[in-house]
Design a protein around this ligand. Structure first.
Ligand code: AMP
Length: 554
């Protein structure tokens, strides 16, 4: 739809960048992108106040890509990120947006991986370097000229970098770069320490802040659920089992996500359809009409595609992907609770997006309560309730219309009415799991997160070496022990790497890792722990058997 693509096309970005962005399925720039891109393109220094979830990565990545010269094979832009996880994410984002710019290469520089290949990639002419400050300083110690050609610097999550103690490293890095460079700083908060950095190292920076007006949302019951990104679809499927909805709209960020979720829902028997900017106007109207009259119950939409959608039947809004800002949150959830009816809004929050949740709570002036995923018992109860509700109205009449048939069938088959009723139920429920055991088997529990829990993904390389007092275990986590410790040459990152690779876990699924001299403790998800430990049975770290076991503190 030209109207949506116009958003990115109007930003003066190189057509190959716009094409790559549209190919990823973004339909229009987010607020932080709208405001930052022109400023960075114009070469200004900038302070952007934005948190994860606002689209801040593309807000700097797109204009920075626009400003580099692909024909020059030397580092031209440096992005500093507090953690290895974020550095990798940012590097991947750059690669995605540079897909149609031949000759542009990106290197991620972080601790826990060998330095040689990183340095080689830089020397081979990677134009974009995404680094954690600690490891970059290690490189600078080997070669103080690595950053000599870098003209664009981005500090991503600057407040986090300072919290992790990277202040001194940042100073070393600033010194190693040309003074004439462009510097862009993104930070969720602007404490005095960040303002001091800006004062010293930025030149007449422009400020970008997404102004959030207080918004009121009444009559809508709001809740959030902490979940990992890769578990969203199964979380949605499980929530739908217990939510009593009439019609529902699920919001996601990309066209692809609308298609993926809609087909996952259809596969489970829901009457669902996708609504995105690629869908022609007449088709869009058909989808909305179907939602209105009940031929569809769920629409999975992007913000753009859902614009102007007003269907009084909508009782639920699922924010499967985080909205970019509180305003669009309020907008989204306003699709329900129409005409004085009650509505319910659910927000899925990944560990990195916690802050965005706080911003939403602040702006709306309301607490968004945390809910847990319903357990197997709740799913079973909900299924039985649905079955009861569907059968109860038939009972009175059915006996007169089908009672004789029942008598005949029991006689013909030679079974009791109970046995026949059971057979009919099995047929009617079409193989659906209707015992606790069967439900448990069918839907492995998805581990969720509590807000206070520290995630492995946010841990700094250095912090891993620190000895901290043992912390209480977060809910859903189990502590495991290995007899390998520092004296075996083990560091937290070795354990992390081994468990990630062999266990196939998401990085955030691993909690604190404490390496002591003669043993180490690792926090792992309680759900599926036995399976995971079995998977890791033969894993070796630093040439020795890991032999991870559940650790009981008492
Ligand atoms: P960030 O705030 O940079 O961490 O981005 C959060 C998520 O939003 C990432 O998964 C991005 O791929 C996605 N995203 C960023 N900009 C857009 C956009 N304009 N349209 C759709 N998704 C976006």
């Amino acid at each position: 739809m030209t109207q949506e693509t116009g958003g990115f096309a109007a930003l003066d970005l190189h057509p190959s960048i716009v094409a790559a962005v549209l190919a990823t399925g973004y339909e229009e720039p987010s607020a932080i992108q709208q405001q930052s891109i022109p400023i960075i393109l114009a070469g200004h220094d900038m302070i952007g106040q934005a948190q994860t979830g606002t689209g801040k990565t593309a807000a700097f990545a797109l204009p920075i890509l626009n400003r580099i010269d692909p024909s020059k094979r030397e580092p031209q832009a440096l992005i500093l990120a507090p953690t290895r996880e974020l550095a990798l994410q940012v590097a991947t984002a750059f690669e995605t947006y540079a897909k149609q710019m031949p000759g542009v290469t990106v290197v991620a520089v972080y601790g826990g991986a060998p330095m040689g290949p990183q340095l080689k990639a830089i020397r081979n002419g990677a134009q974009i370097v995404v680094a954690t400050p600690g490891r970059l300083c290690d490189h600078l110690r080997r070669d103080e000229k690595v950053l000599a050609t870098v003209n664009h610097l981005v500090l991503d999550e600057a407040d986090e970098m300072l919290k992790l103690g990277f202040m001194d490293d940042l100073e070393v890095i600033f010194k190693a770069m040309p003074e004439s460079r462009q510097t862009v700083l993104f930070s969720a908060t602007l404490p005095a320490s960040i303002r001091a950095i800006a004062e010293r190292h930025l030149r007449e920076p422009k400020h970008v802040k997404i102004q959030s007006k207080t918004q009121t949302v009444t009559a809508i019951e709001q809740a959030h659920l902490m979940v990992h990104a890769d578990q969203k679809v199964s979380a949605v499927l499980r929530l739908l089992e217990v939510e009593e909805f009439d019609a529902l709209i699920a919001f996601v960020r990309t066209k692809q996500a609308t298609l993926d979720l809609a087909s996952a829902l259809e596969a489970k028997g829901y009457k669902a359809a996708a609504l995105n900017g690629d869908i022609a106007q007449n088709q869009r109207e058909r989808v909305i009409d179907s939602l209105k009259d009940g031929r569809l119950d769920i629409v999975v939409a992007t913000d753009v595609a859902a614009r102007g959608l007003d269907v009084p039947r909508i009782t639920h809004v699922f924010n499967v992907d985080m909205p970019y800002d509180p305003e669009s949150y309020v907008h989204r959830i306003g699709r329900t609770g129409r005409a004085g009816r009650e509505g319910r809004a659910l927000l899925l929050v990944t560990p990195r997006e916690r802050r965005m949740l706080q911003v939403i709570e602040r702006v709306t002036g309301q607490k968004v309560a945390e809910v847990r995923l319903p357990n197997a018992q709740a799913v079973l109860d909900a299924r039985i309730k649905k079955l009861t509700n569907s059968l109860a109205p038939l009972v009175a009449e059915a006996e007169s219309t089908h009672g004789d048939l029942l008598d005949r069938l029991t006689a013909d088959i030679g079974c009791s009415p109970r046995a026949l009723a059971a057979a009919l139920l099995r047929k009617a429920t079409n193989g659906q799991a209707l015992t606790l055991e069967a439900v448990e088997k069918e839907q492995p529990l998805v581990p969720t997160y509590t807000p206070r829990e520290r995630t492995g993904g946010d841990r700094p390389e250095r912090g891993e070496r620190e000895r901290r007092a043992p912390m209480p275990l977060a809910e859903g986590r189990a502590r495991c022990r290995t007899a390998l410790g520092a004296r075996d040459g083990i560091a937290a990152k070795n354990l992390l790497g081994a468990i990630l690779n062999e266990g196939g876990l998401a990085r955030e699924a691993i909690g604190r890792i404490q390496v002591r001299d003669s043993f180490s403790l690792v926090e792992l998800p309680e759900e599926g722990l036995e399976r995971l430990l079995a998977k890791l049975k033969d894993t070796r770290v630093a040439g020795k058997q890991l032999k991870l076991r559940r650790y009981r503190e008492d």
